[in-house]
Design a binder for this molecule. Structure first.
Ligand code: SF4
Length: 414
């Protein structure tokens, strides 16, 4: 958290760093599409918050003071180390999450982006998202994040009801939320997303936690919310994500398509092949949770990776299925073959008794024709796998309700 007296200087520095990055991009020219093994998304975890929200289970800390220079330097170091280990040459999206990353200085954001661009390549049109709480950023501060290289904002609105916001322990009011949203839409037209929660309990807070929402009511609200958003022209492209005008989160899409991603910062998760260190197998990597310990490890070893778990082929395919079925496009043959070129989905599931039972109940359609546009997809009211020959494939597909959720995101509020 920058000291007020240093803010103007810090913002000017952030803008300068971002400008240097854009010039370097211009000099390099546009590069051709790199192979999947040398591309990745990057998640940056800023672990600090002003206050604990009553429902929150994220890795966050409410500190007395933050040594931002040390945190910045460690984020830069860890980004450099993991990019080197991964052998990634092109970072296609960066997501600053938390915690509350809008409490960080724009110059910290700019420093991380510059380090990423130098260690790999961060094309000028890459999606760079920052999560912001409605209380932390003023309009000028949001503009400074834009100058630092952020081009998409994800705002933690949660609710537009002051009683609910209090119940959630949020530090903002509905009025703050609307003001921040208006400012964000002015500064980042078409590239603003908001988090909204459904199924909030009307009851009181019990021992600092919220009681579980009534599942039937939450499901009803979910269906109602989907209908409202659909009516307003939003496409439901994932279980709890909606966008219009094509403004999908490309960063999250990488997760659901099982693309590579690097995670830096306390408690961040990543999944990549450590090619730069001679590795051939994808690993799940988890960074040390607690910020002070994480910083000590980064200063000693260049990174704070606490756990590395090699992912076998079966685990990877399970992820391809679980992630792909969350999306409205399901799992295409082409996508599946990227991970399993020998066996089709039909080869794997066609003889399964469980699958046969689902087929008989009409909950599952499994296509064995390789020319089909979609081989596996979830349907409303149950897990479903369906078939759309290419010419019949609708632009917007039916979406899912098998994973009932209490949170939804509405993208592109233009
Ligand atoms: S601001 Fe976000 S990360 Fe911080 S406590 Fe609230 S919900 Fe959790």
């Amino acid at each position: 958290m920058a000291l007020p007296g240093t803010r103007a200087r810090g913002w000017a520095a952030a803008a300068k760093i971002a400008q240097r990055r854009r010039h370097a991009e211009g000099a390099r020219g546009s590069s051709s599409r790199a192979p999947p093994s040398s591309r990745a998304a990057l998640y940056v975890h800023w672990p600090y918050c002003e206050k604990r929200c009553s429902y929150c289970n994220f890795n966050k800390y409410v500190p007395r003071g933050v040594d931002e220079a040390a945190m910045r330097s460690c984020l830069v170091t860890e980004a450099q180390t993991l990019l080197r280990l991964s052998g990634v040459r092109r970072v296609e999206s960066v997501f600053f999450g938390g915690g509350t990353p809008s409490l960080a200085s724009p110059s910290t954001v700019a420093a991380v982006l510059e380090a990423v661009d130098q260690a790999a390549h961060l094309p000028a049109d890459s999606e760079v998202t920052l999560e912001a709480n409605p209380t932390s950023p003023s309009g000028a501060r949001l503009a400074a994040f834009g100058a630092a290289g952020v081009n998409r904002l994800s705002i933690g609105l949660q609710s537009l009801d002051d009683t609910e916001l209090q119940l959630l322990g949020r530090t903002h009011s509905a009025r703050d939320a609307l003001q921040t949203l208006a400012e964000a839409r002015r500064l980042f037209p078409g590239r603003v997303s908001v988090d909204l929660m459904l199924g909030l309990p009307a009851q009181q807070v019990q021992r600092g936690t919220l009681p579980a929402p009534d599942p039937e009511l939450a499901a009803e609200m979910y269906q109602e919310g989907r209908a409202v958003l659909r009516e307003a022209g939003f496409r439901q492209y994932e279980v709890s994500n909606f966008a219009r005008n094509g403004a999908l989160s490309t960063h999250n899409w990488t997760y659901w398509q099982c693309g590579q991603y690097l995670g830096i910062g306390p408690g961040a998760h990543g999944r990549f092949v450590p090619q730069g260190a001679g590795g051939h197998t994808r690993e799940a990597r988890i960074q040390t949770l607690e910020p002070d310990n994480w910083m000590k490890e980064v200063m000693l070893f260049g990174h704070g990776t606490r756990r590395r778990v090699p992912l076998g082929q079966l685990e990877l395919l399970e992820e391809v299925l679980a992630m792909g079925l969350r999306t409205d496009v399901g799992i295409t043959h082409q996508h599946w073959q990227q991970f399993e070129p020998q066996l089709s989905l039909w080869d794997v599931f066609g003889a399964s008794e469980e699958v046969k039972a689902l087929l008989a109940q009409g909950l599952l359609l499994l296509d064995h024709r390789l020319e089909a546009a979609v081989s596996a997809q979830c349907q409303v009211d149950g897990l479903g796998i369906s078939v759309f020959p290419p010419k019949e494939a609708p632009a917007v597909r039916p979406s899912t309700s098998w994973d009932r959720t209490t949170c939804c995101k509405a993208k592109d509020l233009k």
